[in-house]
Design a protein around this ligand. Sequence first.
Ligand SMILES: *Cc1c(COP(=O)(O)O)cnc(C)c1O
Length: 458
Amino acid sequence: MQDFRVLPSVDQVLTSPEGLALTEEHGRLAVVTAVRAGLEIAREKIRAGDDGATLAADLPRRIAEELAAAARSALRPLINLTGTVLHTNLGRAILAEEAVSAASAAMANPLALEFDLDGGGRGQRDDHLRGLLCELTGAEDATIVNNNAAAVLIALNTLADGREAIVSRGELIEIGGAFRMPDIMARAGARLVEVGTTNRTHPRDYEGAIGPETGVILKVHTSNYRIEGFTAEVPAPRLAEIARRAGVPLLNDLGSGSLIDLSIFGLRREPTVAEAVAEGADLVTFSGDKLLGGPQAGFVVGRRDLIAAINRNPLKRAVRLDKIRIAALEATLKLYRDPDRLKERLPTLRFLSRPEVDIGAQAARLAPAIDALLKPHGYSAAACTCQSQVGSGALPVDTIPSAGLRLTGSGGDAPERLSARLRALPIPVVGHIRDGALVLDLRCLESDEMLIAALAAL
Ligand SMILES: *Cc1c(COP(=O)(O)O)cnc(C)c1O
């Protein structure tokens, strides 16, 4: 006998003590919607033969759970123990405190974004960053857009719309997602002229391709892979010379584009932006949220006349930056004025430069506590060594010796099951699975208590 009458009405649930408490917390509309959905599911179950009285008794708990799950954001902070410092899927760079404060003040207050405080007239939003970028890169001028993909797009469109863009076959990269150099060039209106081969491109290849239709020579930093073996690329200074002689601008897309020499932190040297400028590129493009350690942004630095042309391009308005990120970028770039303290203040560099012994000591310290927390759930934890990566396509084949916790359990799918449980925590913990264990690389963990508190919620 299917008895729907044991179920309460929507009104009865809403006016019950539980219903009133939920309305107080989540608002009436959300609770009404959740109650209706809960009742619909209960009716279906009764039709399928389930006991109505049990379902009715369980209803408030189910509705409360639904509402709590809907209120929780998937964008809540998590603990990145993947070992990849600049993890694109986890939001890349963590901002410095100075940048967070500046962004938060910009969010909550009016500010002189396009207003000249001295003269009281109109100002330019890029002016807040222009001087800093020129100072840090040695470039004549700079413009700022939404991300580096937009920087490449607008630079190509400005220099080579309806004209030819020459690029080596060894540099026709895909960054991930839908960002493939040939597609971006097509969208920018440039006709792609490929030169050389996958592994070798010579000066004569570029020289032979330059003609009256050439709008730009493009050099792309092969950020996320490395061609090894029998290879040849034309060094940037030589390419700049070829471009200058032909009267064609050279655009160098650096991708990550570090502002400082990373070898002082024991990492492999990446070309710095200042070097790319000094090597004679007319324009250099790079990202804000990769090695630079700021918010998402794209920069074009270089020749004043070319930057002015980019700023006149109607696309500029479509890819411009908002006040929040401009404020965060200004604060981030200012940190670079004091390189001695940069490593302490900029989280990206702080993480990347953490010595292995430090992380190893942290792992040894944490292992017993984490092991004790996991034991009741059938898992154990032990300190281990592991390898971190920079991420976001920087230094793709390099790893940095690190340390962490190796979490194991019984059963072949133990790492996957544990990984899913840690991702579902109120503060999710994200590691990576390797050799039949879930490994938590501690390089980016600055507080032991944070991990212990997160795992205590298991
Ligand atoms: C990462 C990268 C881009 C894209 O930069 P975003 O800031 O992610 O838009 C373009 N070119 C190169 C060489 C890159 O490494």
